[in-house]
Design a protein around this ligand. Structure first.
Ligand code: UT7
Length: 326
């Protein structure tokens, strides 16, 4: 039976660093509040004119290089993003052009912070169906453009970046073992951008009211996330008759250190087996897991044969997990 195996990973973050101390000068907040409530110290911010596909391109080059694959060999490109270059066309199509991946089909996935795992699941299904052999999956976000920099409850959290993974068909026992996708649209308004779509098209009024920026009811989202993630990871493990101690590394979406550590504690996993880098990048939505995955791989925290779990929770609401044998 065919499996989708990750054969290369890559990341790109913009050079500009915005520290908590910089944000102290912009809104009524403090480095202490941000660190204690979120674990974030700094985040990266894209240059003016730098869009999601520009970040995606750099991460994709790294991932292709580590997979030893030329872009022209790709069959499919999937980009997970909520801050794509423009509403039409997809950022995946723009990336396909920039990469010169002429043979590849291309589409975007919008599942907010769970986007990378949703995209990974699609790639896995195409590969297992035998219709596509080599797939590039990218999570790329320029959240700084959809952030209300006057709203302290969201602007301290977010950052820009991109991460990528190359998946290839493999007949061995390594690769994606299972992916779980979930959604509950009844809570769509916990995390949303009110204007700019067909419900509330852009007008002078919507711009004046700052309705094109992300709104989040953070505390409610937090509570649902902690409750949901533990169940999700446990059911993933149970299905494969694995125990938490069998997991070499948990790679969670990087939203809040308190969510990550609460989930790890409920699972009985020490933080030494949890990948955490949100102190340096903040919450980069769909990009956070592939960025963390690339850092984990390159630093030797994931080795051949290891079981790793990816998990995410975000707007939609959506939540998802993936169990991988590396
Ligand atoms: O990415 C996927 C989905 N997103 C998440 O998973 C995010 C989940 N939520 C969170 O991470 C947390 O809820 C936040 C970090 C967003 C907020 O932390 P919290 O502990 O839930 O704080 P809160 O919203 O309950 O606010 C507590 C207080 C409030 O003041 P009062 O009403 O107690 O006087 C806020 O106004 O903290 C205040 N506050 C701030 N103070 C200083 C909110 N933001 C800030 C800030 N600086 N930046």
């Amino acid at each position: 039976m065919l499996k989708a195996r990750i054969t290369g990973t890559g990341l790109y973050v913009p050079k500009k660093v915005l520290t908590n101390f910089d944000i102290e000068k912009m809104v009524d907040t403090s480095d202490e509040w941000i660190r204690e409530r979120t674990g974030i110290r700094e985040r990266r911010i894209a240059e003016e004119g730098e869009a999601a596909s520009d970040l995606a391109l750099m991460a994709a080059h790294e991932a292709l290089k580590s997979a030893g694959l030329k872009a022209r060999k790709l069959d499919l490109i999937i980009v997970a993003t909520v801050s794509g270059d423009m509403p039409l066309p997809s950022t995946a199509c723009i990336l396909q052009h920039k990469l010169g991946a002429k043979k590849a089909a291309a589409f975007d996935v919008n599942a907010a912070c769970s986007g990378f795992i949703y995209a990974l699941s699609a790639a896995d299904a195409f590969i297992r169906a035998g219709t596509h052999e080599r797939v590039l999956v990218v999570g790329a976000e320029v959240l700084s453009r959809i952030t209300d920099w006057t709203d302290r409850s969201t602007c301290v959290l977010l950052g820009d970046g991109a991460g990528a993974a190359v998946l290839e068909a493999d007949k061995g026992d390594r690769g994606i073992l299972s992916v779980k996708l979930n959604a509950d649209g009844s809570m769509w308004d916990l995390l949303h951008i009110p204007a700019g779509g067909s419900r509330m098209p852009a007008t002078e009024e919507t711009v004046k009211k700052r309705l094109h920026y992300m709104k989040m009811r953070g505390n409610e989202t937090f509570k649902v996330a902690v409750r949901t993630l533990e169940k999700l990871v446990l059911s993933t493990l149970k299905e494969h008759r694995l125990e938490p101690e069998d997991i070499a590394l948990l790679i969670p979406h990087q939203a809040n250190h308190r969510i990550i550590s609460a989930t790890a504690k409920r699972l009985g996993l020490g933080l030494d087996r949890v990948m955490i880098n949100l102190d340096r990048y903040g919450n980069t939505s769909a990009a956070s897991i592939p960025i963390a995955l690339d850092e984990a791989v390159r630093s030797g925290r994931v080795r051949k044969g290891d079981y790793i779990i990816l998990e995410a929770f975000g707007g939609g609401l959506t939540w998802a997990s993936a169990l991988i044998k590396w």
